[in-house]
Design a protein around this ligand. Structure first.
Ligand code: PMP
Ligand code: GLN
Length: 382
């Protein structure tokens, strides 16, 4: 992970945000919103600080936030979890993922991961001494091939890691794929770990968690975060729901990673999770409008575009503009058009770079005016 100069190499997201900063390009690289989250949520954090909620919270998270997570899971998915034993608050989804993998994997265990994948997965699996087994999602639909998935899961598989809705492709897995994941996990006695941080940014259809599929609940760790839903990516309040014995195992790791996190932000995320349905409905509609605005801009610029079903992201093929190396294209793009994107090769194993070589991820989590400005700039490429 060290760069040629011996310094820690920045993540692709940090590198691309720095490039946008240096060049003044519009940053459609790193996924973070450019407008504020709901006033009730921001105000609840200010109030918590003023009220003196500034010391260590309980190790599992504040009882009120755990109650709010349980209510939210019941309201949206009909799932019931015991706030006392089956819910853990974490430092973002990132810590929930890393603590789960460190707690539940033995060296040499295999973890089946859909590729391309969010960059922290490979690092956390490597920290646990385990082996990542990729199952490819292919342009343009990005659904896995059921036979490839079935072949990847064996008795060596300790966990299947599912990110749905999916970063970076914007795909949402079909009901058949989700059921197959559960069937394979049962057959091979594997755990399922789900990363659902984009649960409320699903706009092609409503998100449906794997834990709700019969047979899944007892072997599934479901992970989410307040960052995307409440536009508070810097607060790093995440959580997981799982059977009590799994939560206990993960808590033993979490207590030595961060111990606890984000005292005054916990009541604020609890307030967010209790917002009325209209907030969540509007959030998905807003994301759809932004995604469509970005898609129109990419079309007009001459890219082939994979239409996302959810998330902040849209994948486009730069080969249709005559660029077959997206990493080079992304480094040149600020100069060519004043926009920053991220090459998909940043999300894949070295063996599979070539398959994703010309694909670029653009983020649509920006104000419509900004996306239109980006579209105008990208039109110069056509
Ligand atoms: N998983 C995915 C798929 C993500 O896109 C992100 C956010 N970039 C995370 C996890 C991390 O979430 P958090 O900021 O809550 O740690
Ligand atoms: N999740 C965001 C993305 O995929 C960025 C998170 C990060 O910078 N680590 O762009």
């Amino acid at each position: 992970l060290l760069g040629a100069d011996g310094e820690v190499a920045p993540t692709i997201f940090a590198e691309m945000s720095a490039l946008a900063g240096r060049t003044g390009a519009i940053n459609l690289g790193q996924g973070f919103p450019d407008d504020e989250g709901p006033a009730e949520v921001l105000e609840a954090a200010r109030r918590a600080i003023a009220d003196g909620q500034n010391q260590y919270p309980p190790g599992r998270g504040t009882p009120d936030l755990r109650a709010a997570i349980a209510e939210h899971q019941e309201r949206f998915y009909g799932l019931s979890w015991d706030p006392g034993s089956e819910i853990l608050v974490t430092a973002g989804a990132t810590e929930a993922l890393t603590a789960s993998l460190l707690a539940l994997l033995e060296p040499g265990d295999e973890v089946v991961v859909f590729e391309p994948f969010y960059d922290s997965y490979a690092a956390a699996i490597a920290l646990a001494g385990a082996r990542l087994v990729p199952v490819r999602l292919r342009w343009p639909g990005f659904q896995p091939d059921p036979e490839e998935l079935a072949a990847a899961v064996t008795d060596r598989t300790r966990a299947i890691l599912v990110n749905d809705p999916h970063n970076p492709t914007g795909t949402m897995f079909t009901a058949e794929v989700r059921s197959l994941v559960v069937e394979l996990a049962e057959r091979h006695d594997a755990l399922i770990i789900t990363d659902e941080v984009y649960e409320h940014l699903a706009f092609a259809r409503a998100h449906s968690p794997i834990a709700a599929i019969p047979g899944a609940r007892d072997r599934t760790i479901s992970i989410s975060s307040g960052g995307k839903t409440f536009r508070t990516t810097g607060w790093k309040i995440g959580w997981l729901t799982a059977p009590a014995e799994l939560v206990t195992a993960i808590l033993t790791v979490k207590q030595y990673l961060t111990y606890v996190n984000g005292s005054p932000f916990q009541p604020a995320i609890a307030a967010g999770l209790r917002l009325p349905d209209a907030f969540f409905d509007e959030l998905a509609l807003d994301m759809r409008a932004k995604s469509e605005a970005l898609g129109r801009g990419l079309d007009a610029a001459g890219f082939a575009v994979s239409r996302p079903a959810g998330t902040y992201f849209t994948v486009a093929d730069a080969a249709s503009l005559g660029y077959d190396d997206a990493a080079e294209f992304c480094r040149a793009l600020p100069g060519l058009a004043g926009v920053v994107g991220v090459p998909l090769s940043a999300f894949v194993t070295a063996e599979h770079h070539d398959e994703y070589r010309s694909l670029v991820r653009f983020a649509a989590c920006k104000r419509i005016g900004m996306l239109e400005e980006a579209a105008g700039r990208l039109a110069q490429l056509a």
